[in-house]
Design a protein around this ligand. Structure first.
Ligand code: MG
Length: 168
C-alpha cells in the first residue's frame, strides 16, 4: 500500500508525463510547419514515449491498488525562434523531468518503498538517455549553423526514428 503522499506524487507524475507528450506534439507541429518533417517525426515519437512513461506510472499505481486521477493540462508553448530553440526547450523540459524523478526517488527512499524505488530506477536511466539525445542534437545543430544541406541531412536522419516500447 502506497502512502497518500507518495500516491499523490506518483499521480502528479502521470499527469506530468501526459503533459510532456502534449508539449512534444506542439514541438512536432512547429517543425512540420517549418517543412522539417524529420524533426517533426522525431518529436511525434518522443510524444509516444512520454505517453508510454505516463502509462508505466499509471499501471504501477493501479497495481498498487491506488487510484489514478487525471487533471487538466497547461497550454503548450507553440512558438519558437528556431529549431535550436526547440531542442533547447526540449532539453530544459527533460532536465525538469529528471529533477522530478529524483524528488520521487528521495520520497520513495524516505518511505523505504522498495517496489517504487525499483520502478523509479528505470526512469533514472531513461532520463540519462533523454538528456543525452537532446544535447547531442543541439551540438549538431549548432555546428551546422545555417548550412541548409547539413540541416536537410539531419532532418532525414531524425525522421528514421520509430517508437519501440521497451521490453522492460
Ligand atoms: Mg518522460
Amino acid at each position: 500500500m502506497l502512502s497518500e503522499k507518495l500516491l499523490n506524487a506518483l499521480n502528479d507524475q502521470v499527469n506530468y508525463e501526459f503533459e510532456s507528450a502534449h508539449y512534444y506534439l506542439a514541438l512536432a507541429a512547429y517543425c512540420a510547419d517549418q517543412d522539417l518533417d524529420g524533426f517533426a517525426t522525431f518529436f511525434v515519437v518522443q510524444a509516444e514515449e512520454e505517453r508510454f512513461h505516463a502509462m508505466k506510472f499509471y499501471n504501477y499505481i493501479n497495481e498498487m491498488d491506488g487510484r489514478v486521477l487525471l487533471t487538466t493540462m497547461k497550454e503548450p508553448k507553440n512558438e519558437f525562434d528556431s529549431v535550436v530553440d526547440v531542442f533547447e526547450y526540449a532539453l530544459n523540459h527533460e532536465k525538469s523531468v529528471t529533477k522530478r524523478i529524483y524528488n520521487l526517488m528521495d520520497l520513495a527512499n524516505e518511505e523505504r518503498e522498495h517496489a517504487t524505488i525499483s520502478v523509479l530506477k528505470w526512469f533514472i536511466d531513461e532520463q540519462v538517455e533523454e538528456e543525452a539525445s537532446m544535447k547531442s542534437i543541439i551540438k549538431k545543430l549548432k555546428r551546422l549553423g545555417d548550412n541548409s544541406h547539413g540541416i536537410f541531412m539531419l532532418d532525414q536522419e531524425l525522421g528514421q526514428r520509430t517508437f519501440t516500447p521497451p521490453v522492460k
